[in-house]
Design a protein around this ligand. Structure first.
Ligand code: SF4
Ligand code: SF4
Length: 68
């Protein structure tokens, strides 16, 4: 299953929240990673539909689409 957590790690995530806004299930949040930087977090993996909207919304993803 493909979602932003597998595309962006804590070395690139800025905690901008774009991925959180587009998730149709409201299933993403930002947590503090091991090194103190923000990382995306899936609240309930069973609710993730793998729609990739979060990936397309992330400016640091290779699949970023400006108008998502
Ligand atoms: S892949 Fe879709 S359902 Fe899963 S976290 Fe991303 S936006 Fe939400
Ligand atoms: S859109 Fe990308 S940079 Fe922004 S919070 Fe989500 S994972 Fe982090």
């Amino acid at each position: 299953m493909s979602n932003v957590m597998k595309m962006v790690d804590e070395h690139t995530c800025t905690g901008c929240g774009r991925c959180i806004i587009v998730c149709p299930h409201g299933n993403l949040s930002i947590k503090q990673g091991d090194f103190g930087f923000p990382v995306p977090n899936i609240e309930n993996s069973e609710l993730c539909a793998g729609c990739s909207r979060c990936i397309k919304a992330c400016p640091f993803s290779d699949e970023f689409e400006e108008d998502e």
